[in-house]
Design a protein around this ligand. Structure first.
Ligand code: PNS
Length: 160
């Protein structure tokens, strides 16, 4: 059984995240989307909201589950038997940051947690959660950035 975790903030989930989830779910038998509950940050959506959005987005994917985690990814991975972390790469600028996280996790886990990168579909290579939030905060069009059912939820956060 090949299992993996796809960790992230997902605040909010974008079409790019969804594309990575679908493709990773084709590769792994059991994929967990791990939503970071980072108490040091104030997210737009609470961790419960993000988990529920991702559950809705993945309801047609039987081998995908969505859970939240806090603390170190390596600790969560060890406790739940994950040896592979999946991350998406949009551009070379992502690579430096992601390589550092991947190598840190490899070190912290005593070599037990590997990271596999999926390159983001070019259609979504410009997308980021922070970009979506900025556009939405000004009432701009986010329909090409996030799944349709999220649009009103995001605008509502900004009173739009
Ligand atoms: O969607 P993001 O914000 O780019 O995801 C970053 C994430 C959640 C993968 C990363 O911040 C993470 O794993 N945080 C948990 C804390 C941790 O394990 N830190 C050590 C690795 S630098």
């Amino acid at each position: 059984m090949k299992k993996a975790i796809y960790p992230g903030s997902f605040d909010p989930p974008t079409l790019g995240h969804l594309d990575i989830i679908r493709r990773a779910a084709d590769i792994f038998d059991d994929l967990t989307v791990g939503v970071l509950d980072n108490r040091a940050k104030t997210p737009l959506f609470s961790v419960e909201e993000r988990v529920n959005i991702l559950k809705e987005l993945t309801k047609d994917m039987p081998n995908v589950k969505v859970e939240s985690f806090s603390g170190l990814l390596v600790d969560y991975a060890k406790a739940n038997g994950y040896h592979v972390s999946v991350r998406g790469l949009r551009a070379i600028t992502d690579f430096e940051y992601e390589l550092q996280i991947a190598q840190t996790n490899k070190m912290l886990s005593g070599g037990e947690l590997d990271t596999i990168f999926l390159t983001t579909d070019v259609e979504y290579s410009y997308l980021s959660s922070s970009g979506v939030k900025e556009i939405a905060s000004f009432g701009g069009d986010i329909s090409h950035c996030v799944p349709e059912f999220e649009i009103e939820m995001i605008y509502a956060k900004y009173g739009k």
